[in-house]
Design a protein around this ligand. Structure first.
Ligand SMILES: CC(C)(COP(=O)(O)OP(=O)(O)OC[C@H]1O[C@@H](n2cnc3c(N)ncnc32)[C@H](O)[C@@H]1OP(=O)(O)O)[C@@H](O)C(=O)NCCC(=O)NCCS
Length: 209
């Protein structure tokens, strides 16, 4: 599925994607600091040299939208993403292509109604909450990687048949065809997470501790 390495053993693999999942206590948002740290580790550069910004792929604004590396200059070739859910944060950094990461707590209340709004016509009904959650995080990861977010209907993405990670999905919008590689991330039984990378070749995904 993907590799898991301790932080001190990981190489700054500029062709792959590093993903880190952290515990998030209520009211304590570690996402931005965690992303700064992972960028610093990947470059490598001192963490206090790293500045993140945002850029909305839809309207170009810099006060919302996908996260971007603003400094240092050579960090701009890195693609970054983050996702939050109750109790966890996931951050991803890579240079293989635009990246999207998503994590969700596998909770029946959170997923009530998701099947009906997010299911592609060709997808069989999810026979478990785990499959429903897995499909949802994969779709959100794809929509973050493309930058479209939920302005694009997740039901337009067909994730069948289930394949080993990473697997390629073709996402289309207004005639634009984008190839995205999706990897499931093993983050324990109470959470579902996935990372997606735009590109022609499958990326090497490493879940770091
Ligand atoms: C991206 C999105 C699917 C994430 O939703 P979510 O499940 O509520 O939140 P998550 O915790 O998983 O992810 C949030 C992060 O996604 C990232 N993000 C936001 N918009 C993004 C986009 N278009 N592409 C990629 N990543 C995006 C940001 O890093 C955001 O963190 P922030 O809140 O600190 O800015 C949703 O916020 C969305 O669709 N946003 C775009 C809407 C849009 O484009 N509106 C038009 C504005 S002009």
């Amino acid at each position: 599925m993907h590799e898991r390495e301790p932080a001190d053993a990981q190489a700054a693999d500029m062709t792959g994607v590093l993903v880190r999942v952290l515990v998030r206590h209520d009211g304590w948002d570690v996402a931005e600091a965690a992303l700064v740290e992972l960028v610093a580790q990947t470059l490598p550069a001192p963490a206090d040299h790293v500045r993140l910004g945002r850029r909305c792929p839809r309207c170009g604004a810099t006060d919302h939208g996908r996260p971007v590396v603003v400094a240092p200059l050579d960090g701009r070739r890195l693609h970054v993403s983050l996702g939050r859910t109750l109790g966890r944060v996931a951050v991803a950094v890579g240079s293989a292509g635009p990246v999207g990461v998503d994590i969700e707590r596998v909770d029946p209340e959170r997923f009530a109604g998701v099947a009906t709004v997010a299911q592609h016509d060709d997808e069989p009904d999810a026979d478990s909450l785990d499959l429903l959650a897995a499909r949802w995080v994969q779709k959100e990861a794809i929509l973050k990687a493309t930058g479209w977010g939920l302005t694009e209907d997740p039901a337009g993405l067909d994730l069948t048949p289930r394949r080993p990670s990473p697997f390629a999905v073709t996402a289309t919008r207004n005639g634009l065809v984008v190839r995205v590689w999706v990897s499931e991330l093993g983050v324990g039984t109470r959470y579902a997470a996935a990372v997606a990378v735009v590109g022609e070749t499958p990326p090497r995904v490493t879940l770091v501790s």
